[in-house]
Ligand binder design. Structure first.
Ligand code: HEM
Length: 375
C-alpha cells in the first residue's frame, strides 16, 4: 500500500476499524479532508477516492476492478447473481437482464405504480419510513412478480435490510430458501407483464429476482422517505412535472448506495495513484456528491442545479458504466409515482430526525413524522 497517501487519524493498534464500526460516514468524511485519494486501515488495507477521474477508472475497467472479494460479498443479500459476477460472466448475465429493466420494457408499469401509490396515500399523520417501506414492498412485488409473491414472506425477507449492522450480514439460510421457493412458484406461472414473466425459463431467474428484490428495496424506500420529508419543506417542487428534478437532488444528497467496492485483479493506476493487485478499492457517491469542488453549496437542497448540468462522473446515485444499477429506471418510476400521490393537499413536517445513518445503504436516522391533510 502506498505509504505516501494520506489517511485520517487512526487509533493506535486498531487502525480505522473501530471508527469504521462506530461511524463509517464520519470516517470517510474525515478521510476526504486529507486528499482526493486516501488510505484506510480496516480489517484489510483499502484505498478510497471520490473525484471523477477516480470514479471513471474504477467503474469502467471491469477486468481490473472486480466485484468478487469486495464488500457486497459480505452480505447474503448481495453475494449472488449479477451483483457478484465478474467479466466475462457479468457481461452475459447483464445482457440477459438489462432489456427487461429498460424504459421500454417498463413503460406499461407506470400506470399500475401510480394506482398502488394512490391506494397507499396517507391520510392525516404518518411516519415516512413506515409508509415508504410498505409502499415499495408492494410496488416491487407488482413489478417483479405481478403481485404474486406472498406479501408477508416478502416483508420478512427484506426486514433485516433495515436493521443496523451486523443484521444484514448474517446468513439466513431458512428464510432465503423460503423466499426462493416462493419465487420459483411464481416463475411456474408468472403473471403477464411482470419481470418474472420475462425471466421465466432462464436458468438463473430465481437468484436474479431474489437479488433484484433485495437491491431495490431498502435503497428505494430510504430515499423515498427522505424525499417525502423534504418535499414538505419545499412546496414549490410539489407538483408532478417538477418531481423528477427534486428526486434527482434527493439522490444526490442521499445516495443510498453511498459506498461501492472492488478488488484489483492486477496492479493498476487510478487518478495517478498506483494500486497493487488484491487491494480493496472504494468509491463513494456520498463523498462525490458532497464535494464542494464539484457541487457548489453541496448541503443545500437546490434541484434547479441540474439545469446547469454537472461534470461527468460526478453524479453516481446509480453508479455508472457497465455495471451501473440495473433497476435505475424502475427506481425512478417508483419514486415519481409515490411522490405524485403526496402532491395534493397540505403536506407538513411534524418532527423527526432526517440525519444520516449508514448500513449497507444510507438511511434516515428517523423517525420522520409528516401530516397530509385535505385533498
Ligand atoms: C433509488 C434506488 C436505488 C439506488 C440508489 C441504487 C443504487 C445502486 C448502485 C450505486 C449500484 C452499483 C453498485 C456497485 O456495483 O458498486 C447498483 C447496482 C445494482 N442495482 Fe441498484 N439501486 C436502486 C434501486 C434498484 C432497483 C429498484 C433494483 C432492481 C429491482 C436494483 C438492482 C440493482 C442490481 C441488480 C445491481 C447490480 C448491477 C450489476 O452489478 O451489473 N437497484 N444500484
Amino acid at each position: 500500500m502506498n505509504p505516501a497517501l494520506p489517511e485520517p487519524a487512526a487509533l493506535p493498534g486498531l487502525g480505522h476499524v473501530w471508527q469504521w464500526a462506530a461511524g463509517p460516514v464520519a470516517l470517510l468524511s474525515a478521510g476526504a479532508h486529507t486528499g482526493p485519494v486516501f488510505r484506510l486501515r480496516l480489517w484489510r488495507p483499502a484505498l478510497v477516492g471520490y473525484r471523477p477521474e477516480w470514479n471513471r477508472a474504477i467503474l469502467t475497467d471491469l477486468d481490473t476492478f472486480r466485484s468478487r472479494g469486495s464488500l457486497s460479498g459480505l452480505t447474503p443479500y448481495l453475494s449472488a447473481g449479477v451483483v457478484h459476477a465478474d467479466v466475462p460472466e457479468h457481461r452475459a448475465r447483464r445482457y440477459g437482464l438489462s432489456r427487461h429493466f429498460s424504459a421500454g420494457a417498463l413503460a406499461g408499469l407506470d400506470g399500475r405504480l401510480r394506482e398502488i401509490s394512490e391506494a397507499h396515500r396517507p391520510h392525516g399523520s404518518f411516519e415516512a419510513l413506515g409508509w415508504s417501506c410498505q409502499l415499495v414492498q408492494h410496488m416491487l412485488n407488482v413489478a417483479l412478480f405481478g403481485g404474486a409473491m406472498p406479501a408477508r414472506l416478502l416483508a420478512r425477507f427484506v426486514a433485516p435490510l433495515h436493521r443496523s449492522m451486523p443484521a444484514p450480514m448474517l446468513p439466513r439460510p431458512w428464510l432465503f430458501r423460503r423466499a426462493e421457493t416462493a419465487i420459483a412458484r411464481v416463475l411456474e406461472d408468472p403473471p403477464p407483464g411482470s419481470i418474472a414473466a420475462h425471466l421465466a425459463g432462464h436458468p438463473d431467474a430465481v437468484t436474479d429476482l431474489r437479488v433484484a428484490l433485495a437491491a431495490g428495496y431498502d435503497t428505494t424506500s430510504h430515499i423515498l422517505a427522505w424525499a417525502a420529508w423534504h418535499l414538505a419543506a419545499h412546496q414549490r417542487w410539489r407538483h408532478p412535472q417538477a418531481l423528477p428534478m427534486f428526486v434527482g437532488e434527493m439522490l444526490r444528497l442521499y445516495p443510498a448506495g453511498w459506498l461501492g467496492s472492488r478488488v484489483t485483479s492486477r496492479p493498476a493506476r487510478a487518478a495517478g495513484v498506483a494500486i497493487p493487485a488484491g487491494t480493496l478499492v472504494l468509491y463513494s457517491p456520498f463523498l462525490t456528491h458532497r464535494d464542494p469542488e464539484l457541487w457548489p453549496c453541496p448541503l443545500l437542497i437546490r434541484p434547479e442545479r441540474f439545469e446547469a448540468g454537472h461534470p461527468p462522473w460526478a453524479y453516481l446515485p446509480f453508479a455508472a458504466g457497465p455495471r451501473a444499477c440495473l433497476g435505475a429506471r424502475l427506481a425512478r418510476l417508483m419514486l415519481d409515482a409515490a411522490l405524485a400521490s403526496l402532491c395534493d393537499g397540505d403536506l407538513a413536517q411534524d418532527g423527526g430526525d432526517p440525519g444520516i445513518a449508514a448500513g449497507i445503504t444510507l438511511r434516515p436516522r428517523g423517525p420522520l413524522h409528516l401530516r397530509l391533510g385535505g385533498t
